[in-house]
Design a protein around this ligand. Structure first.
Ligand SMILES: *Cc1c(COP(=O)(O)O)cnc(C)c1O
Length: 413
């Protein structure tokens, strides 16, 4: 049992309704929903004055260090519906040596690889599955580049919900295996994530499964939002100057932007916002193209390819929300090459002993590039999101051996 509450109690919750992020159309809360009538994402709305009266920073500080501490700003109404695997607060890890060698300000990595299933997809999927459980969902389906599928499989299995998952055929081996091992049925598809998404969409009517694709249901983003709540709390209810976020479907970036607005509305922080930087790979940079072209939407990026599989998303349903947050925050979108990603991963691992995932390494590469181009200043305090454990990805082989039967030259060590 959680130490601050009884599992059978209902708690005051503050969700008022769902709202189309494009048209503002209102939809009743606590109903099963995918996209709005306009085919756009639905966002959860709260009675923020009610939250303001109910929650103090002091009360929050006494709660367990997991994402459920923010329950007044989350959609799950009953504690009994929470499907938890231990969603710990993730640490902020400074990179003092690298910032010294760059002559720059504080570089902080928010290390999301500590979460269940080794990626921040756990934040979103724990929320979607808990709400699915509350609303009686029996079967969920999803397209994935790997980490989302693993998180869905784990939580859905815990909730007793059947899961069918489709991933591109070159999805990292460990992801495909962990998905299947955690109780889902996974198919490798000869296409990209949006091709997999079409299969999930078409199966809705034919199979009756619930589509849990990024931003095609309203709750994953509420879970991802806790990255922003947590960061602000960890920084003493402050925000950094710049956030570098590896952007695929963009849930995390949009979610954090929503989190900061909600924190201001409940009086926990002021008007200060970080500049939000959407980081993509040169081989798959639809947001960077649209940002540079001044467009509101981002067309599909053809022939998408990058080693950072988590951000290989050629087209995103939340494109306008990503671009809006980037522009409103006076941030920007930037692409880095796979070579720069590999070099960044190497530099942080060897220089600071911190193994990033390729998507996380992309944010460090983007930070260095932005610094060199003068898009961020040397005095800026920056936060880089490392969204998964580096151990989930293929690592470079080591061929060095030692023959213990031959004389050992100890002078070489
Ligand atoms: C999903 C994922 C991303 C992208 O996250 P979004 O919020 O969907 O843009 C980045 N990195 C990793 C490792 C991921 O699994």
């Amino acid at each position: 049992m959680r130490d601050d509450e009884n599992l059978t109690t209902e708690r005051p919750t503050f969700v008022t309704h769902l709202e189309c992020a494009y048209t503002g159309e209102r939809v009743k809360a606590d109903t099963l929903q995918n996209l709005s009538a306009a085919g756009k994402p639905l966002l959860v709305k709260y009675d923020l004055d009610g939250v303001k009266n109910a929650l103090s920073k002091e009360a929050l500080a006494r709660r367990p260090a997991d994402l459920w501490r923010y329950r007044e700003l989350l959609p799950v109404r009953k504690v009994a519906d929470i499907v938890s695997l231990g969603e710990v607060m993730t640490p902020l890890i400074r990179l003092p040596r690298l910032s010294k060698s760059l002559g720059s300000g504080e570089i902080i990595v928010k290390d999301e690889g500590r979460l269940p299933t080794g990626s921040f997809k756990a934040r979103g999927l724990v929320m979607a599955v808990s709400m699915g459980k509350a609303l009686g969902v029996k079967h969920m389906a999803m397209p994935t580049n790997g980490n989302a599928g693993a998180a869905l499989a784990a939580y859905a299995t815990r909730a007793g919900i059947k899961t069918t998952i489709f991933c591109p055929e070159d999805t990292p081996e460990v992801n495909v295996s962990e998905i299947e091992l955690q109780g889902a049925t996974v198919y490798r598809v000869n296409g990209l994530i949006d091709d997999c998404g079409k299969i999930v969409g078409e199966g809705k009517a034919k199979v009756g499964w619930f589509d849990v694709s990024t931003l095609k249901e309203p709750y994953r983003i509420e879970g991802k939002k806790t990255m922003g709540l947590e960061l602000a709390e960890q920084l003493g209810w402050d925000v950094p100057d710049v956030i570098f976020y590896p952007t695929g479907g963009g849930t995390g970036l949009i979610g954090m932007w929503k989190a900061f607005a909600e924190l201001e509305a409940i009086g926990f922080m002021g008007k200060k916002r970080p500049r939000m930087v959407a980081v993509q790979a040169e081989g798959c940079a639809p947001m960077v193209r649209a940002y540079e072209a001044g467009e509101e939407h981002a067309p599909r990026f053809e022939n998408a390819h990058t080693i950072a599989s988590g951000i290989r998303v050629p087209q995103a349903i939340g494109d306008f929300l990503i671009l809006r947050a980037v522009r409103e925050s006076k941030g920007f979108a930037i692409a880095v090459s796979d070579e720069a990603i590999t070099a960044a991963l190497d530099e942080v691992a060897r220089g600071e002993g911190l193994l990033l995932c390729p998507e996380g390494a992309a944010t460090y590469a983007a930070y260095k590039k932005s610094l060199a181009e003068g898009r961020v200043s040397k005095s800026d305090r920056v936060v880089l999101y490392n969204c998964a454990s580096g151990l989930k990805y293929p690592l470079p082989p080591v061929t060095r051996t030692l023959d213990r039967h031959k004389p050992i030259d100890y002078s070489k060590f």
